[in-house]
Design a protein around this ligand. Structure first.
Ligand code: PLP
Length: 281
C-alpha cells in the first residue's frame, strides 16, 4: 500500500513515473526529507518534523518550503490511506530540475507501510556496531557546507554503514566522532540510560535533532527521569544501564549487543521508556 500526494493535495499513482530524470534530488542527492510516523490517522510530532524540514532546506539554501502545503499533502495521504494502522509518511523536497531558471523545487508526500524488519527491531531490539564517521564533534559549526545535521536525501553513506553492520553480524550502527564521542545512528538518535538519567548528544556535534528523542525525553521527565543533552563517549555505552536508538518509525529500540558483546539486559527499562514515550500520544 502506497499513497502519493503533491502539495496542492492532489493524489497520483505511486507506481507511475512523476519525477524527471534530470531532477537534482536524483542526480546529486540535492534535497531534504522527513519521515513521520502516522498512527491511527494521527501524525506524530508533525510540527517538529515540518520545522526540521524548513531548517534542513535553509541549510541547503533551498527556497523556504511551503509548510502549509506540505501539511495539505500529508493530510491527503492520511485521508486516503487504506492500509495498516501505521504509515511511514515521507515528505520530500529537492532542488528540482537541473538548469530550471525558475528553480522550482520538486515536492511530494508519500505514505508507505512499515516494513517487517522495523517491527522485529521494535520488539526484539538490535545488535549494533560502533563505526567512525571520520570528523570531530567541532566540525559541524566550523564547516556548515558539510551539512551535518541537515536531513538531506543523500543517505548513501548511512546505508553503506548499515551494510557494514550487516557484514559484522549486526543490524544497526552507532557513529562515533574522531575523539571517540558518540554521534548518532544512520537513521536514529542514540539515547543512553544510567541511574535514572537519560543522555543524548547535543545536535551541535553535527547530528540531527531527533523528534522521537525529544518526545521520549518529555515523557520520561514526566515519569520522574532526569534528562541530559550532553556529549558522552563510546566507552560509556558499554557500562550504561541501557542503550537505545530512537527514530520516528522505529520508535525506541533497545540495543542488546554492541560490537559483538551483550549489553546488560535492558528489557524492563525498555518497556518503561516505551510507555513514557507512548504516554505523549
Ligand atoms: N538521526 C538521523 C541521521 C536520522 O536519519 C533520523 C531519522 O531518520 C534520526 C536521527 C531520528 O530522528 P526522528 O526521531 O526525528 O525520526
Amino acid at each position: 500500500m502506497r499513497v502519493l500526494a503533491f502539495l496542492d493535495g492532489t493524489l497520483a499513482d505511486p507506481e507511475a513515473a512523476h519525477i524527471r530524470v534530470d531532477d537534482l534530488g536524483l542526480l546529486r542527492g540535492d534535497g531534504v526529507f522527513e519521515t513521520i510516523l502516522v498512527a491511527d490517522k494521527k501524525p506524530r510530532e508533525l510540527r517538529p518534523h515540518l520545522d526540521r524540514l524548513a531548517r534542513s532546506a535553509a541549510m541547503l539554501e533551498l527556497p523556504a518550503p511551503d509548510l502549509a502545503a506540505f501539511e495539505t499533502a500529508a493530510r491527503a495521504v492520511i485521508d486516503n490511506w487504506a492500509g495498516g494502522r501505521e504509515i511511514a509518511l515521507k515528505l520530500v523536497y529537492t532542488r528540482g530540475i537541473d538548469g530550471d531558471p525558475a528553480g522550482t523545487p520538486t515536492a511530494f508526500a508519500i505514505g508507505m507501510e512499515i516494513d517487517e524488519k522495523v517491527r522485529r527491531a521494535r520488539a526484539e531490539g538490535v545488535a549494533a556496531v560502533t563505526l567512525e564517521r571520520g570528523f570531530g564533534p567541532e566540525v559541524a559549526e566550523r564547516a556548515p557546507w558539510l551539512l551535518l545535521g541537515a536531513k538531506t536525501v543523500s543517505y548513501a553513506v548511512n546505508m553503506a554503514a548499515l551494510r557494514e553492520a550487516g557484514r559484522r553480524g549486526a543490524q544497526d550502527v552507532i557513529f562515533t566522532a574522531a575523539d571517540g564521542s558518540v554521534l548518532e545512528g544512520p537513521t536514529s538518535t542514540v539515547v543512553l540510560a544510567r541511574e535514572r538519567t537519560l543522555y543524548t548528544p547535543p545536535s551541535t556535534v553535527g547530528i540531527l535533532p531527533g523528534t522521537t528523542q525529544a518526545a521520549l525525553f518529555r515523557g520520561a521527565e514526566k515519569a520522574g527521569w532526569t534528562v541530559k543533552v550532553e556529549p558522552f563517549s563510546a566507552a560509556d555505552l558499554a557500562t550504561a544501564d541501557g542503550v537505545f536508538l530512537a527514530s520516528s518509525v522505529r520508535l525506541v529500540t533497545r540495543v542488546h549487543t554492541l560490537d559483538g558483546t551483550a549489553l546488560p539486559d535492558s528489557a524492563e527499562l525498555h518497556r518503561e521508556l516505551v510507555a513514557a514515550y507512548e504516554g505523549e500520544y
